[in-house]
Ligand binder design. Sequence first.
Ligand SMILES: *Cc1c(COP(=O)(O)O)cnc(C)c1O
Length: 382
Amino acid sequence: MIPYGRQQIDETDVLALRQVLHSDYLTQGPTVPAFEQAVAERVGARGGVAVNSATSALHIACAALDLGPGDVLWTSPITFVASANCALYCGAEVDFVDIDPATFNLCPDALEAKLGRASQAGRLPRVIVPVHMGGQPCDMRRIADIARRHGVKIIEDASHAIGAERDGRAVGSGGVSDITVFSFHPVKIITTAEGGMAVSDDAAVLERMARLRSHGVVRDRALMTRPDEGPWYYEQLELGWNYRMTDLQAALGLSQLARIDAFLARRQALAERYKERLAGLPLRWQAAPDAIRSAWHLFVVVLDDPAIRRRVFDTLRGAGIGANVHYIPVHLQPHYARMGFRPGDFPAAEAYYAGAITLPLHPGLTDAEQDHVIETLAGALA
Ligand SMILES: *Cc1c(COP(=O)(O)O)cnc(C)c1O
């Protein structure tokens, strides 16, 4: 089966892991801060907090922005469930903003209208989580403008989008959001096996997230509330979790980061090839303004006729192609339906889902494999 996504591991990765295995630190040691600094530099953020998954990063990001009971977080329905679940972990509620059917990203017009209504009702969200679907950055300048007018905080879920750019700005660099989260799951752009990172320009937010990653405990004298009782002394200032990344993961991450430009270039070339060779078929893909450089985590096609989606999907699978679907709208998941969400609540997201198929796209995909995908898809649509 040709997978829809897959990690690229080479001997430099193996060597990096061997070095850590023979060192003093297997858990969080000196390699974690080195990886944090390297990612922050790459994306143009002040700093980063590495954790054991992007899900954990979203959780500590929400907690660091004081999301809690009585608050609401808004995100896109077309995302992985983690973008919404982070609010529930904090005892907050979730609502959604429908997507733009052309870009598959949260629709800025829908956001503006919904924030206007929420403002009048006195029920503004505390946080919104735009998701850079498939690696294509949302219009963050516009979203930030709208959110700022209402005093709403922004966490970018950039799980798909490390290395992506829009209007000359790298995803994760300053000025448009409070925190940006990356995932290093093996199907994403670079991997640490499990792993994620939250980057920010705000030193206080970074410090708070670092504390929440590790039980809410601090060892820095300056942050303590009582006299130092000795070299063993530490204080737990609030309730945190054990979301630490290991030095093994960070070493893999550093080694992968050294090859990120090659990964991005291959993904981009494959995406361009898909676009050239699928042109004219009864389907569409993400519309992108010129100022965008997508990280191309996913290549999703939306069939004009959703009634044949299942048959086309089965044909691909039958030909050894690991097609997939990203994503089932989160508001339709049973856990969210129990909160009162219903089919019809977010029609653009639901229409997108009905026709969507994710085609294989990863740096190890060969031209021949891609040709097989294209020919099989074209045959199924003929
Ligand atoms: C993969 C993903 C996550 C979660 O990442 P993990 O590192 O697996 O926790 C969150 N949001 C989106 C949009 C994702 O694709």
